[in-house]
Design a protein around this ligand. Structure first.
Ligand SMILES: Cc1cc2nc3c(=O)[nH]c(=O)nc-3n(C[C@H](O)[C@H](O)[C@H](O)COP(=O)(O)OP(=O)(O)OC[C@H]3O[C@@H](n4cnc5c(N)ncnc54)[C@H](O)[C@@H]3O)c2cc1C
Length: 466
């Protein structure tokens, strides 16, 4: 069992389900039965909703708040709205994210909590004590699956199990499957494991002296993420930001407040809010990325390109799973992404100079702190080249890699079919972010969990299990 959903979902926990058009495009890409309406029941089955007291018009079809059953993922919009975020961009961008009017607009991010008010993750939501006690479930942690085992059945390979170890030179365990092997190793791990097991681009496998089980050229290709511009940092004046928590006493007080009341800064997300804007996708106010010098408080703003046209690849360094593969995201290989980010940076610089942020941001240039945005520069006068330079120097990914074992009809351009079964292999299914046919314009966790729910229903149906 892996950990990324556990750790990182708990860190950020932004559980949006994103735009309807994303999933309808999936179907056009060959993922039959995966349009928005198809996925909607699975979405609704994973989320309970606790309404935000300041936002009346939440679309209850997206957020079914009257659920009778306790649902695995409970979504909670924080009640302490951030003065720097919520409602303040509304002159420019509507405050109506996830309402019947659509998924564009700004809001504070929602978070996932469990029934005790603690942060929830896929693991804490699904692997509850009663589930872990089931006799037909064995959870092995800190293991690395080295390869998938195959048998040849009527000349079509069939996955029959896996081999795993707890350390590179540790003892080898063989786990056999009575029905299917299900692979959920993520956007990097899934293509890596497929390739060392003999499924992938034939030429690359042969180069690494791996016996080819199935030539599937799309394995490890089409890698997309959400490239961001990096962070534009401003010093603030006259208002505290979460940087006051850099003082251990303040942090201790905040922790005590959270223990006693469940509220306060410790009950918030590292990125408090954001906006979805067409062609100029996301603005996040965040305080964590640049730790300012002691005594200085500030905010950072960033923008991400949600539908990048550049795509990268994952290739093998060796035939051994313990050697990490090469991940080449090929950022900005398509100029579109740079243009989108540049437009986004220009927009957020303007927002920082618009009320109310303009009252809180201290624009003075200070050569001692080169990470601060030189506020004397007028966003309108900045050249494209200057923006591109900033982006090239600072850009980073949003940790949303996807599509490296994409779903589709053709063996030439995809890895799994609409049942999430690997083309040309029996009894091998993939259920994770790597099967996205196309990148989505938002956070991936909630859609991945919805995909897993839908896949579980398909599997139960295939084996006539209730
Ligand atoms: C810092 C960070 C913050 C994020 N914040 C958010 C957010 O706020 N909202 C959101 O929606 N998404 C967020 N994401 C993205 C989200 O975590 C991922 O998209 C999601 O976890 C992918 O889920 P998955 O099940 O496909 O794969 P993963 O969660 O990556 O699970 C795959 C697991 O398989 C394991 N594995 C790989 N290879 C092997 C092998 N050979 N043997 C055994 N195990 C193996 C890996 O260690 C990994 O734990 C964030 C990601 C990061 C890194």
């Amino acid at each position: 069992m892996g950990h990324l959903q556990v750790t990182y979902f708990a860190l950020f926990m932004v559980p949006d389900i994103n735009a309807e058009a994303d999933y309808n495009e999936w179907e056009r890409e060959g993922a039959e039965g995966w349009n928005y309406n198809d996925l909607r029941p699975s979405v609704n089955s994973i989320r309970g909703y606790k309404k935000h007291f300041t936002i009346e018009e939440i679309d209850t079809f997206l957020n079914p708040k009257d659920s009778v059953q306790p649902l695995p993922i409970r979504i909670y919009d924080r009640t302490n709205t951030e003065p720097l975020v919520h409602g303040k961009l509304e002159d420019r961008i509507p405050v109506d994210l996830n309402t019947p009017r659509g998924t564009m607009g700004t809001a504070t991010w929602a978070a996932c909590i469990d029934n005790d008010g603690c942060r929830s993750s896929a693991a804490t939501a699904y692997l509850t004590d009663d589930v872990l006690a089931r006799p037909n479930l064995f959870v092995a942690v800190n293991c690395c699956v080295e390869r998938i085992l195959f048998e040849n059945e009527n000349s079509t390979p069939r996955a029959v199990g896996v081999e795993l170890r707890t350390a590179r030179n540790g003892p080898l365990f063989r786990v056999l499957a009575s029905r299917e092997v299900i692979l959920s190793a993520g956007a990097y791990g899934t293509p890596h494991l497929l390739m060392v097991s003999g499924i992938g681009p034939e030429k690359e496998l042969v180069e690494k002296k791996i016996t080819v089980i199935k030539h599937l050229p799309a394995v490890g290709k089409n890698l997309v993420d959400h490239p961001t511009c990096g962070f534009v940092a401003y010093r603030t004046k006259g208002v505290p930001t979460y940087d006051y928590l850099n003082n251990p006493l303040n942090a201790l007080f905040a922790l005590a407040q959270w223990y006693m009341t469940g509220k306060g800064p410790m009950a918030t997300l590292v990125a408090p809010g954001g906006a979805f804007v067409r062609s100029v996708p996301m603005i996040v106010l965040d305080e964590t990325v640049h730790k300012p010098p002691s005594g200085m408080q500030g905010i950072t703003l960033g923008v991400a390109c949600l539908r990048p046209k550049s795509s990268g690849e994952i290739t093998l360094k060796t035939d051994n799973i313990w050697d990490k593969p090469t991940v080449d995201p090929k950022w900005f290989s398509d100029e579109h992404d740079m243009h989108v980010l540049a437009r986004g940076v220009r927009l957020l610089l303007k927002i920082a100079r618009t009320k109310p942020l303009v009252d809180f941001v201290d624009y003075r240039e200070d050569k001692r702190y080169p990470f601060l945005w030189p506020g004397t520069q007028d966003p309108v006068e900045l050249t494209e080249e200057q923006l591109h330079d900033f982006i090239r120097t600072n850009s980073r990914l949003a940790w949303h890699p996807a599509c490296t074992a994409r779903m589709g009809k053709s063996e030439g351009s995809s890895v799994v079919n609409a049942k999430l079964k690997v083309h040309g292999i029996q009894s091998l299914r993939i259920i994770d972010v790597s099967i996205f046919p196309k990148q989505i314009s938002g956070h991936p966790c909630a859609p991945i969990i919805a995909i897993a729910e839908k896949a579980a229903d398909m599997i139960k149906e295939a084996y006539s299990v209730q």
